[in-house]
Every structure is written in structure tokens, then in C-alpha cells.
Write a protein that binds this ligand. Sequence first.
Ligand code: TXA
Ligand code: MG
Length: 316
Amino acid sequence: MPVQHTLRLAADPDGIARAAELLRAGQLVAFPTETVYGLGGDATNGKAVAGIYAAKGRPSFNPLIAHVASAKAARRHVQWSETAERLATAFWPGPLTLVLPLRPDHGISELVTAGLDTLAVRVPAHPTARTLLATLDRPVAAPSANPSGRISPTTADHVLAGLDGRIAAVLDAGPCGVGVESTIIGLSGTPTLLRPGGLPAEEIEALLGQSLARHLQGDDISAPGQLLSHYAPQSTVRLNATAPSEDEVFLGFGPVDCDENLSPTSDLTEAAANLFAALHRLDATGHPIAIAPIPERGLGLAINDRLRRAAAPRMP
Ligand code: TXA
Ligand code: MG
């Protein structure tokens, strides 16, 4: 992969216009969303999408989310449904991804879907992402902007730490607000939770008036990306720790004595926003990481999902 100079662009009108120009030319640009930074490439341009996989070192059976400016733009690519309309009306723009059957005339590179007949679409809420997508007026494929298998980036510095020299630019708008990736709902059949994320599953169930089927990651290829050892720090990770051993650094939650605290007041929203940055800092110490128990409700589902992956045995 050729080394290039990676520009750090300000998230102002000039920076966003430059980012749109680069994307239109088939270049890769990392950009902020409310969840994490995405590594964007033109989803209609196979070469650009191949570049995403190359820059991340990502296994190519792992399909990508197409980011668009509006539900109207999403409908150009997927077969819309009444349930999609209800969810989009309630939660877009926001941390929700919908997986829907592709339209015959979808125009999306096959590298985005990795050969599936469905497409994951999302309308992000971050103002910089919204302006960029509206300016570009085409779908942007964007996985989280980290090398495959590493911790997701919630700042432009995290992006550059992993991808400097491998992408054309990063739009820097400071830290992401939500801090964990979007919730993914499959809508090809029964509404199914494919990945817990920044929008609590309970809110979706309340709106639909039914519980979601669960088909969590790792089950099979309909929920790919779900390699178990994902989001992994370099150091080993031990979950549900009440106290660190002598060599460990301790990631706490609630009123505990620790090296980093996800939320001293036990607020799960704050914990999600801090999760990846705290892991990045603890990982940089080179010590094994012990992590306090996190309640399995609301955003705790997404946090625990990421932590279990961080703790899973590593792929060779
Ligand atoms: O918040 C987010 O979703 C971030 C920001 C950048 O938008 N993006 C993100 O992308 O997390 P990524 O590539 O790291 O995760 C996308 C997930 C993967 O687990 C992938 O397998 C799943 O979406 N996915 C994509 N297309 C799919 C499809 N057609 N069917 C099932 N799962 C799909
Ligand atoms: Mg990712």
C-alpha cells in the first residue's frame, strides 16, 4: 500500500468541501459521526471501496454500511418497507443502521455488500457528516476508521494513530458524542437485532410494539463483521473484575478506585462515550487491562458486546 500524506482537515465549510472533492475523486477520507469516526469511500466506486479494505487490512467477507444524507437517499438503493419508514422517521438521523434488501438498480459496488443481497444503510446525525453527505450526494461506505481488529476511533488522533499515511485525509471535529457504533437492525424478515449499539434496543422495541429477534454477531454470515476477536487492544483484557491484580491497569465503572473510570456516577451514556478513548489510553500503558462489571441494560448491551470482543481470544 503506497504511503501518502494524510491531511488533517478542519470541520469547516472549506474542509468539508475538500473532503467531498477527495471522495468524489475516489480517495479515502475519515470523517466524524456521532458514534465513531468512519473511514469513508464512494460506495458506488469499486476501486475506492477496495481501498477501504486495503487501508484497514479488513477481511473482504465483511460488508460495509452505506452512509447517506436522508431516508430519501437511502430509498434509491434499498427496498423500503413500512417498518423501515417507522424506524427512520423516529430515529434518523442517528445511531441506527437498517439492513434491507437491495433494489435491482442499487448502483452500489459489490464490494460494499460483500456479495449479500442486502445493504446496511444509515443516516448519521453528526453535523459534519450530514453536510459532507449532502454536499457529495452519493452514498459513502464507511467502516470504523481503525485497522481491522483494533479499537474503534472516537477522535481524529485515534484515526491518525492507526491509518496515517494510508488515507488521503481525516476531517477533525473533535471527540464523538455517542462513542459506540450504531445499533444494527435486520429488516429482511422479522425485525432482528444484529448488533447492539448507540441506540438502545429497548427504544426500538417500544416504538415497534414488539420485541426484536436476536441474531447476534458470530452466529453466521448474515451478521458478518462479527468476528469475535474485534475491537481488541494490544494488551490482554479481563472482564467483570472487582479489583486489578498487581500488574493490571483497571478500567472502572461507578464509585471505584481505578486508573480510568467510564462513569464515576454509573451513567451508561457517559460510559459509552468514554469507552474507546479509555481503552486507547489504557492500552498505551502496555499493561494487561482489568475491567469492572457493566450492567447489561440500555447502552450497557453495546458496551458489554464490545468488551467481550476485546477480551476474546485473538485471531492468529
Ligand atoms: O456507527 C457505526 O455504525 C460506524 C460509523 C462509522 O457509522 N460504522 C461501523 O461500521 O461500525 P463497521 O464496518 O465497523 O461495522 C458494520 C457492521 C459490520 O458488523 C457488518 O458485518 C455489518 O455492519 N453489516 C454490513 N452490511 C451488512 C449486511 N448487509 N447484513 C448484515 N450485516 C451487515
Ligand atoms: Mg468496526
